[in-house]
Design a protein around this ligand. Structure first.
Ligand code: ADP
Ligand code: ZN
Length: 713
């Protein structure tokens, strides 16, 4: 086995032209019969690392995977790519089990997914002894470690693999493993000097945004409306919040459902199915949601509350954009959340309380940060990056430094005059001169700084006060209703005019709202592309419903986007789309090409000039049985142009009989020249015959000869 074969399989079965970083090295290690540990982020492309070996090596690859719900999905995905796959777990009846066993014994299965419970049973070990297993892949391998949060006791019994089958290579894959976990994986699986692969954890297609957690529901409604129809998850801290938010969204005409551990398992799987099948686009969920699903077209993830640490945050946003297409993430941040999380941690009196608190602090620093957020994340995972990412809120709207002494004085003075008895929200309302009743009742509308900061928005004030906290000029009394307090350092600013530098952040959302008022005009090209994408998406949904599979298993969003941008209408171009392998082309090529074809013709019928459409129009007339002269007449073009359309359609693999337009003698003449030199240009042929051959005859003949030539090799 070598990588050339692997690459061929990658295109044939998965429709991808290139391996992602590390995939090829990992596959090579498997071919070399070595054990391997693979650490790759969610969506990084772990599956290909064992699936490509599985389809290229003789025998069966056994995949041990803890998530039964995922198994069915994964196997369906493989089948839809023309790969022979099956799964064994407790949901199968005896008959089904026996049928699969038979297929296995006949060597007719390339990939077999097994739950850990099943895998460690003596029946299964016996079955493994009777078939040729070429590789054992352990997915979610961190489940083996009791250090991790997903510990599964059955995983520790997987050492049977090495004991019973010392020669079969083992590949262990996971997206979350610290050093200790990795060591556990190696030791408990009895791995033999495994090769270790750690891919970058960067997910450049995910945008990162942090917003102040004020009026979150309104912000969310606005965001979801401008992303209408796209699937997303909103993570909330409490069950109640998921229900409230979902009902608010539904009230605003946004189809959504909620999901949490308090629902019956039937309800939960219903919500999950509706989400997977693109029936309900928005799910408000506690963190439990998303574990057992492989949906690749989640287009956004919102955190309604601050997550408790960066690991969870990254894992949760990682559920967006697994197909590699653009996806958005938004984190709402408020100090109240920090307090709440602190309380939860300290109340639980967990033994690792210290660690948890410091992790929370790192999370908070991330939310407070004024430098590229991706840099912070990657640094957190010990990965160094140069340069800014260009796809986070800070990079998109770099903060501007200004002399913030007066701003700081206003805030500090307001804290002073309210005697440290106000939290952030109330303080901002005082500064902005709000008419809230509470302010009047407490007499805060009489103090000197009331309304002194009306020129700044709430958002601005939030970011200013956050910075004052970071600068040590303000403190939060966590033990006293999160009231803001002065510090020793504040006096210098308040009474001695000590200079304070602040940065002004532009709220991306405000920015957006404003630019929406002036309405961003899409270019004609973008409008065409987006409308076609919607049509292809609708087609995908219809096909998925008919087949009873999730839409993203037919084609990923990334593939549809590429189709919408490139508008392939022949096999040649269609195969070039990333994600189109042989089976998908066979099963879906025709319908999708027809949709694109119809769309292009409709648009050009309405006077749109679309690249490639003129060929299609000619082709349609050709298929109706008109000859080139008639088509030229009908279209008001010259016959030479029509011939050249037909030749380029033929070049791209369309079924067009060009020979009928070429006089036999001429063809033989040109063929003779071509056989001597197959690089000869039309011009050379023309000159060689002193102009006695018509130019279009040369063009048509060369098209025929080239295709014949290609078929011979
Ligand atoms: P993981 O298991 O690491 O979360 P997957 O194996 O599900 O990730 O892969 C994530 C997505 O990336 C899938 O849609 C997969 O088809 C796609 N993918 C994998 N390898 C490649 C590749 N070489 N080129 C393009 N897309 C790929
Ligand atoms: Zn950035």
């Amino acid at each position: 086995m070598n990588l050339t074969e692997a690459k061929k399989a990658l295109k044939e079965y998965f429709g991808y032209d290139e391996f992602r970083p590390m995939q090829d090295q990992i596959i090579q290690a498997v071919y070399d019969q070595k054990d391997a540990i693979v650490l790759m982020p969610t969506g990084g492309g772990k599956s290909v690392c064992f699936q490509v070996p599985a389809v290229t090596m003789p025998g069966t690859c056994v995949v041990i995977s803890p998530l039964i719900a995922l198994m069915k999905d994964q196997v369906e995905g493989l089948l839809s790519n023309g790969i022979k796959a099956a799964y064994l777990n407790s949901t199968l009846g005896t008959m089904e089990f026996m049928a699969i066993e038979n297929d296995l014994l006949r060597g007719e299965i390339d990939l077999l997914y097994v739950s850990p419970e099943k895998a460690v049973s003596s029946d299964f070990i016996r079955l493994m002894q009777n078939i040729k297993v070429n590789l054992v892949a352990i997915d979610e391998a961190h489940c083996i470690s009791s250090w991790g949060h997903d510990f599964r006791p059955e995983y520790t019994r997987l050492n049977f693999i090495r004991k019973h089958f010392p020669k079969i290579p083992i590949i262990a894959l996971t997206a979350t493993a610290d050093k200790l976990t990795r060591k556990d994986i190696e030791q408990l699986l009895l791995m033999n000097e495994p090769e270790r692969f750690t891919a970058s954890f960067d997910r450049p297609n995910l945008s990162l945004t942090v917003r102040p957690g004020r009026q979150r529901k309104e912000q969310i409604i606005e965001f979801v409306r401008s992303n209408s129809g796209k699937a997303g998850i909103i993570y909330c801290l409490s069950r109640k919040q998921t229900e409230e938010l979902s009902s608010k969204l539904n009230g605003a005409g946004i189809k959504s459902a909620y999901y949490h551990a308090g629902l019956s398992s039937r309800m939960r799987s219903e919500v999950q199915e509706d989400f997977i099948n693109d029936n309900v686009p928005v799910i408000c969920a506690t963190i439990a949601f998303g574990m057992g699903i492989d949906k690749s077209n989640v287009r956004w993830v919102i955190h309604y509350n601050l997550p408790k640490n960066i690991e969870s945050y990254y894992q949760e946003i990682g559920r967006a954009g697994r197909d590699g297409a653009k996806a958005d993430t938004i984190l709402f941040y408020s100090y109240a959340d920090v307090t709440m999380l602190r309380d939860i941690i300290t109340k639980n009196r967990a033994e690792n309380e210290e660690i948890q608190l410091s992790k929370l602090e790192r999370m908070q620093q991330f939310a407070d940060a004024l430098i590229c957020r991706r840099k912070i994340l990657l640094n957190y995972f010990s990965e160094n990056t140069d340069g800014n990412c260009g796809n986070c809120d800070i990079c998109k709207n770099p903060p501007q430094i200004f002399d913030g002494t007066v701003v700081a004085q206003k805030a500090l003075s307001a804290i002073y005059r309210t005697r440290g008895k106000t939290g952030m929200t109330l303080l901002i309302d005082i500064l902005r001169g709000s008419r809230r009743r509470e302010i009047q009742e407490r007499g805060y509308d009489k103090i000197k700084t009331y309304g002194a900061g009306a020129e700044y928005s709430i958002y601005d004030w939030q970011t200013f006060i956050q910075q004052l906290i970071q600068l040590g000029l303000v403190e939060i009394a966590y033990d006293s209703h999160n009231h803001l307090r002065l510090t020793d350092a504040s006096e210098e600013v308040l009474f001695n005019n000590k200079k304070v530098e602040l940065v002004k952040m532009t709220a991306i959302m405000e920015h957006r709202t404003k630019s929406k008022e002036t309405t961003y005009k899409k270019t004609k090209r973008e409008r065409l592309r987006d409308a076609l994408f919607e049509r292809l998406r609708a087609l995908r949904k219809r096909l998925a419903q008919k087949k009873g599979v999730p839409p993203y298993l037919i084609f990923s969003d990334a593939s549809l986007e590429e189709m919408a941008a490139r508008r392939p209408t022949n096999i040649h171009d269609f195969m070039d789309i990333s994600g189109v392998g042989r089976k998908k082309l066979q099963d879906y090529g025709k319908v999708f090409m027809k949709e694109i074809h119809d769309y292009v013709l409709e648009q050009s019928g309405q006077g749109m000039r679309i690249k490639g459409s003129t060929h299609l129009i000619t082709y349609d007339y050709y298929k109706k049985g008109m000859n080139p002269e008639e088509i030229a007449e009908e279209r008001g073009m010259s016959p030479v142009t029509i011939y050249s359309h037909l030749a380029s359609l033929h070049d791209k693999g369309e079924d067009i009989d060009l020979m009928q337009y070429i006089p036999t003698r001429d063809f033989e003449n040109i063929q003779g020249l071509w056989q001597q030199n197959n690089k000869i240009s039309p011009k050379e042929i023309y000159e060689n015959n002193e102009g006695s051959l018509e130019y279009h005859v040369i063009r048509l003949s060369l098209s025929v000869l080239k295709r014949k030539g290609n078929m011979m090799f």
